[in-house]
Write a protein of this length. Structure first.
Lengths: 117, 113
């Protein structure tokens, strides 16, 4: 069964601090995708990144970076020099198959990040 | 703006009411989804529609009744709900052949009194 664990329920930092959000997953699939989504107070899920299980290269996009370690089944997300606008709930997700064989997403419980000025 | 819209954004209803949630996308996607997000719980997949056909019902109670008249519109009809059904209901869509690439709407915040 698919499982995504985000052990950090809430993180509070002061602006300009770096912060890492942890994600650990479980899957029996050999091919899968991992995602990070941001959910601001307005509610919509904003797509941040998708990573294929065969691509273990780390990725950097501006202040965001992702560390995919297949050996430890982790896909951690780091925000450098955090800003107040980064305050949101962040979800890690993993592709899986429904009973009918359709691809869908399994989400972690999310990590609420609060960045104070 | 992802191109997936949901109305209403907020809804308060009594347990005896009947209401409907609407989701719309004009992205050319063929699959549409309903997810439920309750407080302190992961997002839960409720239904999947592929080309208007329901391909997944994730053991959802019959008081939730989905409808997909075409690939661009998805409804969730609600009747005799319970207070524990209060949640954020998110709609998503995905393009043909890429069901892992889901675009989410802003959600409908439902409160059942």
């Amino acid at each position: 069964a698919q499982k995504v664990t985000q052990a950090q329920t809430e993180i509070s930092v002061v602006e300009k601090e770096d912060v890492t959000l942890d994600c650990v997953y479980e899957t029996r699939d050999t091919t899968y995708y991992l995602f990070w989504y941001k959910q601001p107070p307005s509610g919509e899920l904003v797509f941040l990144i998708r990573r294929n299980s065969f691509d273990e290269q780390n990725e950097i996009s501006g202040r965001y970076s992702w560390n995919f370690q297949k050996s430890t089944s982790s896909f951690n997300f780091t925000i450098t020099a955090s800003q107040v606008v980064d305050s949101a709930v962040y979800f890690c997700a993993l592709t899986g198959l429904t009973n009918s064989g359709y691809s869908t997403l399994t989400f972690g419980k999310g990590t609420m990040l609060l960045v104070s000025p | 703006e992802t191109g997936v819209t949901q109305t209403p954004r907020h809804l308060v209803m009594g347990m005896t009411n009947k209401k409907s949630l609407k989701c719309e996308q004009h992205l050319g996607h063929n699959a549409m989804y309903w997810y439920k997000q309750s407080a302190k719980k992961p997002l839960e997949l409720m239904f999947v529609y592929n080309f208007k056909e329901q391909t997944e019902n994730n053991s959802v109670p019959s008081r939730f009744s989905p409808e997909c008249p075409n690939s661009s519109h998805l409804f969730l009809h609600l009747h005799t709900l319970q207070p524990e059904d209060s949640a954020l209901y998110l709609c998503a869509s995905s393009p043909p052949g890429r069901s892992y690439e889901q675009y989410f709407g802003p959600g409908t915040r439902l409160t059942v009194t």
